[in-house]
Design a protein around this ligand. Structure first.
Ligand SMILES: Cc1cc2nc3c(=O)[nH]c(=O)nc-3n(C[C@H](O)[C@H](O)[C@H](O)COP(=O)(O)OP(=O)(O)OC[C@H]3O[C@@H](n4cnc5c(N)ncnc54)[C@H](O)[C@@H]3O)c2cc1C
Length: 485
């Protein structure tokens, strides 16, 4: 079917105004948040119901045109931006919130509902989502489910897959799977909900999410602790975890990242003098100790490795400290387009990683400046390399860092996903049986390759040509395989 016929079909399904073909109007959907990934879509389609999503998928499949689902477009690995000629399927108009079941503690939401809207709905009933990160005003619940997003509360409440009980998903052929009974125990067959979470739009389009809510704990204090090294930060973390049960979040950032935030966001220095590294954490009142704030102060001032500390209790003061960490992503982006990596290391390898990072990056990007921060409790490090984009055109910088991560036993993608950015490097930490199983799942659910092709999975293995025997071969030669990059 020619593209014009597809556009006519799409207009019929969602209405003229919701099929965007004008390049200027389509621009916000065509480029990612980092400005590194972009494409020229055939159209941006904005359905408002699950029936429309299903019809759009069927129309694209009939036309043989692939599509890429998109929520808030805050993803950081190029998973939600189009390749040239693809259709962007925006889920933003599926934005209904509720109902909320206070007894079962679940909340329904359309895929286009933002995290902040979800949090407000949960909090209005005295509950919470248990998920949070700084893109909360734009990131959608569909995108969060599709990327298994993490963020600041993972150490306490788990990543998105722990906070989601049910999903409604449209498969590549337009059929709809709905698993939203809300029951907390359900071992009926394969867990398609968990399969879809983290599949980054490659296996189905999420149209609604049933969120598993938490009973929030009151935060009694937020501490910003200045230390010298990442090992010192881990020592502080262990001491707090030993004496208190209510640790809600633990983040870290370095001096240079803090300076970028102060430069671009015009915030005040938290300490009189600079320190190499900062640990930021929230303490909740789980232990019901009336003096927990004072006890925490005493613990931190007694620790030899603590260089300085700011401990605050009011919501406004806490927010100011959190901005120093949360605004790092924006501050890096204001400085330039970085090579962005999101990795996780075993905790006992974190300092090794930090030490060796410069050594592996220098030979491939001599002028790279690394800004590192992240979620320390999970060993999750966001590596931002400024002045290294040109050198990474062929992937040399990414490869140097991810090789190091794999050698240290880490994960090459902790929470941002694979998308376009990381797919070449999947074989670093996923074996051939693992990759074959993933390909089989993709083939079974999307045999025509309509959903987000060229993301997540690396290009197929291309067998090398059989060497031509010079003389008649006596034994069969075993075929070796290589991956295309
Ligand atoms: C400032 C900033 C801070 C961030 N902090 C964190 C953090 O702490 N932790 C973290 O995990 N992430 C973080 N992110 C990354 C990002 O916000 C999350 O990955 C988020 O979940 C993406 O949601 P979205 O709606 O913007 O998805 P999009 O960017 O639109 O899409 C992301 C991926 O999901 C797919 N997708 C989107 N919607 C659907 C759907 N309905 N059905 C199927 N597939 C879909 C897309 O195709 C794409 O592959 C941050 C991003 C920014 C810009």
């Amino acid at each position: 079917m020619p593209a014009v016929d597809l556009l006519a079909d799409l207009r019929e399904i969602v209405g003229d105004t919701h099929v965007v073909t004008d390049p200027e109007a389509a621009q916000p959907y065509a480029q990612d948040w980092t400005r590194r990934w972009h494409g020229k879509p055939l159209a941006v389609v904005r359905p408002a119901t699950v029936a429309q999503v299903s019809a759009v998928l069927r129309a694209c499949a009939a036309a043989g045109i692939s599509l890429v689902p998109q929520g808030g477009n805050t993803g950081l690995v190029g998973g939600g931006v189009p390749h040239d000629g693809e259709v962007v399927l925006s889920l933003a108009r599926l934005d209904s919130v509720g109902p909320l079941d206070p007894l079962g503690r679940t909340l329904m939401a359309g895929a286009g509902v933002t995290l902040a809207q979800l949090q407000r709905a949960a909090r209005s009933a005295g509950l919470d989502v248990g998920l949070d990160f700084s893109a909360r005003d734009t990131a959608t619940v569909g995108g969060i489910a599709a990327t298994n997003a993490g963020g600041e509360r993972v150490m306490r409440h788990g990543a998105a897959r722990f906070r989601i009980r049910g999903l409604e998903v449209v498969l590549a052929d337009g059929s709809v799977v709905r698993r939203m009974s809300g029951v907390a125990k359900d071992n009926t067959g394969y867990d398609l909900v968990q399969l879809m979470i983290g599949s980054e739009g490659t296996l189905g389009v999420i149209t609604a999410v049933q969120v598993d809510l938490i009973r929030p704990h009151k935060i009694v204090g937020t501490a910003l602790v200045a230390v010298s090294t990442v090992d010192d930060a881990l020592t502080v973390l262990r001491a707090v975890q030993r004496d208190f049960t209510g640790l809600e979040a633990a983040e870290f950032f370095h001096h240079d990242g803090l300076q970028l935030v102060l430069k671009h966001e015009r915030l005040a220095q938290p300490f009189e003098r600079p320190h190499p590294l900062y640990l930021l954490f929230d303490l909740a009142d789980d232990d019901n100790r009336p003096d927990s704030f004072d006890e925490l102060t005493a613990l931190l001032t007694d620790l030899d490795c603590v260089r300085d500390v700011v401990l605050v209790a009011t919501a406004a003061e806490r927010r100011r400290l959190w901005e120093l960490r949360e605004l790092q992503t924006e501050a890096v982006s204001a400085e330039g387009v970085p090579v962005k990596l999101d990795v996780a290391l075993p905790l006992n390898q974190l300092s090794n990683f930090e030490r060796q990072l410069a050594e592996v990056v220098r030979p491939v990007a001599r002028h790279a400046v690394s800004i590192i921060f992240g979620h320390i409790a999970e060993g999750n490090v966001h590596v931002n390399l400024l002045n290294a984009l040109d050198e990474d055109a062929g992937g040399a910088v990414t490869e140097a860092v991810l090789d190091l991560v794999a050698a240290l036993g880490g994960s090459i993608s902790a929470e941002h996903g694979i998308g376009q950015a990381n797919r070449r490097w999947l074989p670093l930490t996923r074996g051939s049986a693992d990759l074959a199983a993933m390909r089989a799942i993709k083939q079974a659910l999307d045999p025509e390759g309509i959903l987000s092709p060229g993301r997540m999975l690396p290009d197929p293995v291309v067998p090398e040509p059989e060497p031509k025997p010079k003389v008649a071969a006596k034994k069969t030669t075993r075929t070796r395989a290589r991956t295309t990059r």
